[in-house]
Design a protein around this ligand. Structure first.
Ligand code: CTP
Length: 408
């Protein structure tokens, strides 16, 4: 977190309110300026004095008792990001429906900054259709929801509803703080997910990619102001509502969609796990198991990214390298071979990579440039990766003949 970052912490009335004190302290220790707003219900669980002592700033809880007339607008204007922790079912419902009947909900209705929501409540309340629909609506409007954890709840029962771990909250706040409108006016195209290569109507060759990284990148790029096109292979995950999505199944469909929709974009990210081969002959009828063994001849699929590299022009082209060995050497070879501006190295040898919640990435670029993005949730890595792309684009812009590989 950048020192001097300004965070608005909204504490609402659940038992997890006591954990918000520790979050406030961690933010302050990370160098942030923290303003705290509390609902009247939150004050029943923790006193405002706790927060004012931790943040060395006044704590706000009423629309009426502040020295100035409209603190709700000032506080959301000054902050760079807001976090609601814990967010009760009641406050989530009010935010989803635009109800503004206290300082916190009024301020958040006026907010034009990124808002992180950390729900914490009873398991049944969290799972209820009403809460889930409200959270879906807020996600679609760009709120970041940090899912609660599973474990012991205040009702002396186990379930989902515990406030997310502090490290997850800090990660989400870091992402929110990084979210400026830095990609305003730029076209970003992203390939994501696996492809499927059928050899009869009921069988295909594919891989375990879920598209989570590409989807997180699309959402993050949209929130930074970009005009985003997501070319997405078959996945169970939902695509962000606000981005243009082109659904494809096979590598050849992905190739065609990318050539049509991605060429000429300002930034292209190739996060898809494209199948390198497809069965030479796809049977129109289901292949019967009349023989003990089945030999399927596979032929090469087009390399989408290599073709985009050939047609690159001024586009900033970021590829991925899924590797199980000699990761960085293999990735550097791909960087050069496919004419890329940068490549993100993905270790797919263990539990990480495909299908995992967390990942670890290293970014490489020409002239020996290298940056570790660390291990984090895919949403956090997506934000760090876009920071890196923005910095590399700026460096390229500023370069004018001088090699600049100092930072990413
Ligand atoms: N890629 C692509 N089209 C393909 C294969 C790969 O666009 N047919 C892209 C991927 O989206 C990724 C990059 O190329 O951004 C590298 O993919 P990866 O699977 O790591 O490497 P390959 O090029 O397939 O090489 P290899 O299988 O030898 O590792």
């Amino acid at each position: 977190m950048k020192a001097g970052s300004h965070v608005l912490l909204c504490v609402t009335g659940g038992i997890a309110a006591y954990k918000a004190a520790s979050l406030a302290s961690a933010l302050v220790q990370g160098g942030a300026v923290v303003d705290v707003m509390m609902t009247a219900e939150a004050e029943r669980f923790v006193g405002p004095l706790t927060f004012s002592a931790l943040t060395a700033r006044p704590v706000y809880s009423s629309l009426w008792d502040a020295p100035e007339r409209i603190p709700h607008v000032r506080l959301v204007r000054e902050a760079q990001a807001a976090v609601v922790a814990p967010a009760t079912a009641n406050v989530i419902a009010k935010l989803a429906h635009g109800i503004a009947d206290d300082l916190v909900t009024t301020a958040l209705l006026a907010a034009r900054i990124p808002v992180v929501l950390a729900p914490a409540m009873n398991d049944a309340m969290y799972r209820s259709e009403a809460t889930q629909a409200n959270l879906r609506a807020l996600r679609e409007r760009g709120y970041d929801v940090v899912e609660p954890g599973v474990g012991f709840l205040a009702e002396r029962e186990s379930g989902i509803g515990r406030l997310a771990e502090e490290s997850a909250l800090l990660g989400a706040i870091e992402v929110a703080l990084a979210r400026t409108r830095a990609l305003e006016g730029l076209r970003v195209a992203i390939t994501a997910g696996p492809t499927r290569e059928a050899f009869d109507p009921v069988r295909f060759v594919s891989n375990p990619s879920t598209g989570a990284t590409g989807i997180a990148l699309a959402r993050e790029a949209h929130l930074r102001g970009a005009d985003v096109t997501l070319i997405l292979g078959p996945t169970q995950l939902e695509a962000p509502a606000q981005v243009r999505v082109e659904r494809v199944t096979t590598a050849r469909e992905m190739y065609d969609a990318a050539i049509e929709r991605a060429v000429g974009a300002d930034v292209i990210v190739a996060a898809a796990a494209v199948a390198d081969w497809r069965p030479a002959d796809a049977s129109e009828r289901k292949v019967k198991k009349t023989e003990a063994d089945l030999n399927v001849r596979m032929v090469r699929n087009p390399d989408v990214l290599a073709e985009l590299g050939r047609r690159k022009g001024e586009t900033f082209l970021l590829g991925f390298a899924a590797e199980t060995e000699d990761h960085e050497a293999n990735a550097r070879a791909k960087l050069a071979r496919k004419n890329l501006d940068a490549i993100a190295v993905n270790d797919v040898s263990g539990a990480r990579g495909f299908g995992a919640q967390e990942n670890a990435l290293v970014v490489l670029w020409g002239g020996g440039g290298r940056r570790e993005l660390g291990t984090a949730r895919k949403e956090v890595l997506a934000a760090r990766l876009l920071d890196c792309v923005q910095e590399r684009m700026q460096a390229r812009h500023a370069r004018s003949g001088v090699e600049d590989d100092e930072c990413c």
